[in-house]
Design a protein around this ligand. Structure first.
Ligand SMILES: [Zn+2]
Length: 562
């Protein structure tokens, strides 16, 4: 025993060593027991972030399929959010990886009971629990939860991720053998040729439709570009048999005169770099719609690790008496490829259009002041040098609204806005919020009130301003009736200000007969669900309260009979 114990302890510690097992030596099984069909793949371009996992379709198009642990381990995190991943479970495995299961409908019975206790303890439906190792051990194939549609999800599916535990990098689950059969090659829908200045601003562009309406590759083109160098953009997606979804590529290559100039492959990325997608795609296109063009050149602010080759940053030098042969290859994980070839030459003579020259440098920290607004740029804020200015509508020296920079220019690591509160607003100090005003409801990215200034970190240029929030969230019944019929009541709660994940969202509380009960609120539909199953027949009283970050409180109450 004296010898055995240290060996046993060594073995136990060894099982949980920090470095991850090489991918080819690991073993993961599918988290579902039916044939995997995908609604989304790893690395897919999702507007402002890369998709960090696989979206596995439900078996029959509805919630409720059983979800199983992909390997032995322990549950390291249980999270319930009104947005984001909704209900999710994280499992740490002895092989050094963590699997994540998100948008779940509900958890297994044991976890459900544990979570309900925590919700009552914390008086919050939303929880983020980090159970100790040893509390919820799971075997390979243990039933942990049920597939659902919670959080920011547009249909029942399982979002499944594999991360390296130590670095929190998301890794392509295809590399671990979890995949769907794919014999269909990717589709290149268009290619954009951009004439660039040395500062990466465009002076010319030409879009080539590659896949026509008849789904046939159009003829290769020869183009004379009125610029000294060209950068290429490509719109492409992968198709998988039996799925209508447009999936992400696995690999993208650009060859120039038979030399590899640019290569991207979606094997893994850090969740801390996912916002750099704005330097990887053509931002003004990504802004307007979901279809995204990938740049086959590296703008200065692009520090993404998925770029594996960037000879001359992917820029193609153009000559007036020599055609340069360009070949784009889009591949999926199964090795199916689509290619498109064309050639470029510099136009014999051209006059570059007159455009504003940059006054702000990327890669350095700097401040820009306009009236009572101070904008701080960090070394990682900008994708490239830019021409920047701030406009304010009023003539006064202190104003509450500003038009900051160019809305179509990406902000990568964020910029800090600090606005000195105008005299006229000082009486409402506690209710003031610095928000984005361009597009829809005002958006709060999280505010700090410091001395006489409001400070916020934002990831967009555009219109910003200070507003006084004196309005409480609206609470409106959707299916409430004095005589309860169904299994739940639904209410809509909507605040006059939207909140990003960095801001404090409104809080809500529900009491039935003076008993606080945990109720789900879903951000996407702004819907609060109040379960009625446990109630005894008879008369009951319902109270709902919602309070925003500026202490505006609304209350809704009524009696009902069950
Ligand atoms: Zn997903």
């Amino acid at each position: 025993m004296r010898i055995l114990l240290p060996i046993l302890m060594l073995l136990l510690v060894g099982r949980w060593s920090h470095s991850a097992t090489p991918i080819h030596e690991t073993h993961f099984v599918s988290p579902v027991k039916y044939k995997v069909r995908l609604a989304g793949s790893f690395g897919e371009l999702r507007g402002r972030h890369f998709h960090a996992g696989l979206d596995i379709k439900s078996n029959r198009g509805s919630s409720g399929d059983s979800i199983f642990s992909a390997e032995e381990g322990y549950i390291s995190r249980i999270r319930i959010q009104r947005a984001g991943y909704g209900k999710s479970v994280y499992i740490n495995h002895p092989n050094g990886y963590t699997t994540v299961y998100a948008h779940l409908d509900r958890f297994n019975v044991e976890l459900e009971e544990y979570i309900r206790q925590k919700q009552l303890e914390m008086r919050s439906y939303e929880v983020d629990i980090l159970p100790e190792q040893g509390m919820f051990e799971v075997a390979l194939g243990s039933h942990i939860a049920f597939l659902g549609n919670t959080g920011i999800s547009f249909g029942p599916h399982l979002h499944f991720e594999i991360r390296e535990t130590e670095t929190d990098q998301a890794i392509n689950p295809f590399l671990f053998g979890i995949s769907a059969q794919d014999k269909v090659a990717p589709v290149i829908s268009s290619v954009r040729i951009t004439g660039l200045r040395p500062d990466f601003h465009k002076i010319y562009e030409y879009k080539v439709p590659v896949t026509g309406r008849k789904k046939k590759n159009l003829k290769p083109v020869s183009i004379e570009v009125p610029a000294w160098r060209a950068g290429i953009g490509i719109a492409a997606h992968d198709l998988i048999e039996g799925s209508h979804n447009k999936h992400g590529l696995y690999k993208l290559e650009m060859w120039v005169d038979d030399t590899l100039y640019y290569q991207v492959s979606y094997d893994r990325f850090s969740l801390k770099e996912t916002h750099l997608i704005d330097a990887h795609t053509r931002f003004e296109v990504a802004r307007k719609n979901y279809t995204t063009e990938v740049l086959c050149y590296r703008v200065p602010g692009n520090r993404l690790s998925i770029v594996q080759n960037d000879r001359q940053r992917g820029l193609i030098s153009l000559y007036k008496d020599q055609w340069r042969k360009v070949k784009l290859i889009a591949s999926d994980f199964s090795g199916n490829e689509s290619t498109y070839e064309f050639q470029l030459k510099r136009a014999a003579s051209f006059e570059p259009p007159a455009t504003r020259m940059p006054n702000l440098k990327h890669g350095v920290m700097q401040e820009f002041t306009h009236k009572n607004l101070k904008v701080t740029f960090f070394p990682g804020s900008l994708a490239r040098d830019i021409a920047f200015d701030i406009k304010s509508p009023a003539q006064d020296s202190t104003v509450s609204q500003f038009e900051i920079g160019d809305y179509n220019e990406p902000v990568l690591d964020g910029i800090r806005l600090s606005v000195k509160i105008p005299e006229t607003l000082k009486s409402k100090r506690e209710k003031l919020c610095l928000v984005r005003l361009s597009g829809g409801r005002p958006m709060d990215f999280g505010n700090e009130l410091k001395n006489d200034s409001l400070i916020t970190m934002v990831n967009d240029f555009g219109r910003y301003g200070i507003i006084a929030d004196e309005k409480a969230p609206d609470i409106n019944p959707v299916n409430f009736s004095r005589i309860a019929k169904g299994s739940h009541f639904k209410f809509r709660i909507r605040d006059n200000i939207q909140t990003s994940s960095a801001a404090r969202a409104f809080t809500y509380n529900v009491w039935v007969d003076d008993q606080w009960i945990p109720c789900e609120f879903r951000s996407l539909s702004e819907t609060l669900t109040i379960p009625l199953q446990g109630l005894t027949p008879g008369q009951h009283n319902l109270v709902i309260e919602a309070r925003d970050a500026f202490d505006n409180l609304s209350r809704w109450s009524a009696d009902f009979t069950k």
